[in-house]
Design a protein around this ligand. Structure first.
Ligand code: COA
Length: 252
């Protein structure tokens, strides 16, 4: 369940599963990949906006999918999605209301302009789930924010607010919740007005130094993630989520 539309040369991709806080299923990743590839191929489109319906960006990967359809093979849907985001030639604006959990935070490091509501909340819950980071965050976060902040966010996994997100360089702008979409539209409209080949070449050059390393790291993270998902620690974490209780890692 994603919504896509093209208006004023802007392709909007919106996570639309409000009853699960926009938790992303394998099918949603695949639908988003199709939309992203279509956006890059369509000369009419000059900018992509990611957002979410119902007051949240996303609560991250669907945890029921982790149990029932865990990532398999060399190109599970989550990796296909992250690679499509990382490789998109056109600028990406993200409009965040409410929660940006897991991939909802890691994907930001691949995007070009992020606007968040004053009351947005971010969380990188990987260690709480007995797994490791994804989306190249183990490579990009230390580069972006330094080891101390990356270690705090990825190894302690506490929820954090826009003040912290701004301090560590994850977001560009903080606005009242009701203004997030309009602000994202305004920035996307500016990208649309700029010289398109120059914008795309500039984006490519900003990523030139690290894109190959990034793609390798994203694949390595998926292999590690898959292994860890089979571990007793992850099983305890996922069981705890289903039973609506806190996980107990004391016996490991
Ligand atoms: N996968 C599957 N279902 C999810 C989900 C996820 N990632 N996040 C939320 N949901 C579901 C909840 O199970 C609940 O379903 P129910 O109404 O059938 O019981 C519904 O969405 C609403 O979530 P709820 O937990 O009641 O909302 P909340 O505001 O109290 O808490 C979160 C929101 C995001 C903090 C909490 O749901 C959470 O921690 N989710 C898991 C986040 C996560 O670990 N994501 C994986 C990242 S890799």
């Amino acid at each position: 369940m994603i919504l896509t539309s093209i208006e004023n040369r802007i392709q909007t991709i919106s996570f639309n599963r409000p009853e699960k806080k926009n938790a992303i299923t394998n099918q949603m990743y695949l639908d988003a990949v199709d939309a992203l590839q279509a956006a890059d191929a369509n000369p009419e489109v000059r900018c992509v906006i990611f957002t979410g319906e119902g007051g949240n960006l996303t609560s991250g990967n669907d945890l029921v999918d982790f149990i029932q359809n865990p990532p398999q093979g060399d190109m599970p849907p989550v990796l296909a999605f992250l690679l499509a985001v990382a490789r998109l030639k056109k600028p990406i604006v993200v409009a965040i209301n409410g929660l940006a959990v897991g991939i909802g935070t890691t994907m930001l490091a691949h995007c070009d302009y992020i606007v968040a509501a004053e009351d947005s909340r971010f969380k990188l819950p990987f260690v709480d789930l007995g797994v490791c980071p994804e989306g190249g965050s183990s490579l990009l976060f230390p580069k972006l924010m330094g080891h101390a902040h990356a270690a705090e966010l990825l190894m302690l996994a506490d929820i954090f607010d826009v003040k912290k997100a701004d301090k560590v360089g994850l977001i560009n702008a903080v606005v009242p919740a009701d203004d997030v979409r309009a602000h994202a539209q305004k920035i996307a409209a500016k990208f649309v007005q700029r010289a398109p080949a120059a914008v795309m070449r500039t984006k490519a050059m900003l990523k030139q130094d690290y894109l190959a390393d990034l793609e390798k790291r994203m694949a390595d993270e998926v292999y590690a993630f898959r292994d860890l998902l089979e571990s007793p620690e992850a099983k305890e974490a996922l069981t705890a989520f289903m039973e609506k209780r806190a996980p107990d890692f004391s016996r490991f």
